[in-house]
Design a protein around this ligand. Structure first.
Ligand code: NDP
Ligand code: A1CAB
Length: 264
């Protein structure tokens, strides 16, 4: 039995992705504070909403997808009802395995994970790091669960804030670029629907080549850039506006924020 504590945007992405892989909804519980939201998820996915204490007592694996700011209160609720031998996986930004362990019964196996929302369509990217009491079997169990909704990479925990800044928040950067490109197409006079189709498929195609061609992105970009052509003219403008340093500053800010969240 799996319990997802906090079925907000990330919790739902994981829930949908896990069920899509053929997992029986009867084997998944959710704990959601708002009744209306719980009812919506029950109707959409056929999963039952239970209290944190019931989830803790019934599920072998607890997946914590609540906001970092709500984490300590939720851990205290869970700890009171958690039998020995359970696995607790947290996807909360910034919350270290040490903080999780501190608020759970001694020796509890915890895994800190950082997924992203493309898990919803089975294309997630998750990094995992084991806590002090998680065995190889626990880590493998967390990897199998998150691997059902995309790729999983083991990283040392000291890299988790950087991972959060790059792949956890990363989809938002791509969506912002997509949004800006669509608006630019509209500015050039394209119908909005046409601009949306052109940008979405260009993103999908570029992502597939980036992942599957084995080529470095710089080489893929060069292949698009014909001498004296349109792409070179566009790229000069992107460089002039500091796209690379804007991204470096952005991921540094996200990493700093992730580290701050662990301070409560
Ligand atoms: N969104 C993303 O792309 C990613 C998010 N994460 C992490 O996932 C976590 C959730 O983020 P996100 O989904 O964006 O946020 P949301 O606010 O959408 O989801 C949090 C959910 O948890 C519920 N909740 C709060 N307290 C409790 C509690 N004690 N018991 C049960 N449910 C509770 C909230 O209910 P209510 O609305 O009523 O408060 C809400 O539905 C965060 O820790 C974030 O760092 C990680 C990777 C990517
Ligand atoms: O914005 C956030 O804090 C969360 C963590 C990674 C993506 N979303």
């Amino acid at each position: 039995m799996i319990a997802i504590i906090g079925a907000g945007r990330m919790g739902e992405a994981l829930l949908a992705g896990i069920l899509d892989t053929g997992h029986d909804p009867a084997g998944v519980l959710i704990t959601e504070a708002r009744q209306e939201r719980a009812e919506e998820l029950r109707e959409r996915y056929g999963v039952a909403n239970v209290s944190a204490a019931e989830a803790a007592s019934r599920a072998d694996t607890l997946l914590l997808a609540i906001k970092p700011q709500d984490m300590v209160a939720a851990l205290n609720e869970i700890a009171a009802a958690l039998p020995p031998g359970r696995l607790v996986v947290s996807v909360a930004a910034g919350i270290t395995t040490a903080v999780l362990e501190k608020h759970l019964p001694p020796e509890t196996a915890v895994v800190r994970a950082m997924p992203n929302t493309p898990a919803l369509v089975g294309q997630g990217m998750t990094a995992v790091a084991a806590g002090a009491h998680a065995s190889a079997e626990h880590l493998a169990r967390a990897e199998a669960l998150l691997g059902s909704v995309g790729r999983v990479l083991r990283v040392p925990e000291k890299h988790m804030d950087a991972v959060t800044a790059l792949s956890g928040s990363g989809p938002a950067y791509f969506y912002l670029v997509a949004e800006a490109m669509i608006e630019a197409g509209v500015l050039l006079g394209l119908p909005r629907a046409t601009a949306e189709t052109l940008v979405a498929q260009t993103a999908v195609g570029s992502a597939a080549m980036l992942r599957d061609s084995g080529e470095h992105p710089a080489l893929l970009r060069e292949a698009v850039t014909s001498p004296g052509g349109t792409t070179a003219a566009a790229l000069r403008e992107l460089e002039r506006h500091g796209l690379r340093s804007a991204l470096a500053d952005a991921v540094e800010a996200a990493q700093r924020r992730s580290a701050e969240l662990s301070e409560g």
